[in-house]
Design a protein around this ligand. Structure first.
Ligand code: ATP
Ligand code: MG
Length: 215
């Protein structure tokens, strides 16, 4: 475990939830920027179990997404990975993630939930929204192609969400998967170990190799 830090004696824990299918440099830069700007002691990456927002597509096995997250974060002493969401049966809801982490880390930990601009707009549709803002402070990071203004937060409780501009990385997991399927490179969009893990496990096979053409 990392040493307790901060003048207040309270431990500042960033929480980065995601499908991470695969994890990419956009996720890592966002977490690193928030950690620096908010003086976080640690950022825990939490791969989702069953992502209910993504029921319309096949999501890679939780174990593969978990291992990719471990590989990508291993070199940073302030990054860690939690299994709370993949080990909890059923759909993943952020309110459960935050409750579990709070129970695990204790009362002298403050939680900072890091989320991309696309998700900030949906927060009010999340389950347990009444408790969400008591459990954590929310930090919305900008994402290229997803404009975000103060107006987007107008409907959220005062002071519950802070917006942060991070260096724009126009990388998405969707694009990475499509690139692998089209046999285009993903080098430098994801950490080297992730390129190798995807190849080794045969993730995101090209459609040609799965469905033979009719002749
Ligand atoms: P997909 O394309 O499959 O939806 P994704 O790239 O959006 O994948 P997620 O696992 O859905 O990745 O994202 C986890 C969190 O990281 C979300 O809060 C998302 O908004 C944020 N995020 C993803 N990509 C970026 C990026 N390039 N810059 C900043 N935040 C990002
Ligand atoms: Mg997404």
């Amino acid at each position: 475990a990392l040493a307790r830090a901060g003048r207040s004696g309270r431990y500042r824990l960033g929480v980065m939830g995601g499908t991470f299918d695969p994890i990419h440099h956009g996720h890592l830069v966002a977490a690193s920027e928030v950690a620096a700007k908010f003086g976080l002691d640690e950022v825990v990456f939490v791969p989702t179990g069953v992502p209910w927002q993504k029921a319309d597509r096949e999501v890679s096995l939780a174990e593969d997404r978990y291992l990719m997250t471990v590989i990508a974060t291993a070199s940073n002493p302030r990054f860690s990975v939690s299994r709370v969401d993949i080990d909890r049966p059923g759909d993943t809801y952020t309110v459960d993630t935050l409750r579990d982490l709070r129970a695990e880390r204790g009362e002298d930990t403050d939680l900072f939930f890091i989320t991309g601009a696309d998700a900030v707009r949906q927060i009010l549709t999340w389950r347990g929204v009444d408790q969400l803002f008591d459990l954590a402070h929310f930090i919305g990071v900008t994402r290229p192609g997803v404009p975000m203004t103060r107006d987007d937060l107008a409907h959220l409780p005062e002071g519950s969400v802070t917006l942060l501009e991070v260096p724009a990385l126009a990388i998405s997991s969707t694009d990475c998967r499509e690139r692998v399927r089209a046999q285009q490179p993903i080098w430098y969009l994801v950490p080297d170990g992730i390129v190798q893990y995807i190849a080794k496990r045969g993730l995101y096979p090209s459609f040609d190799s799965k469905v033979p053409h009719d002749r």
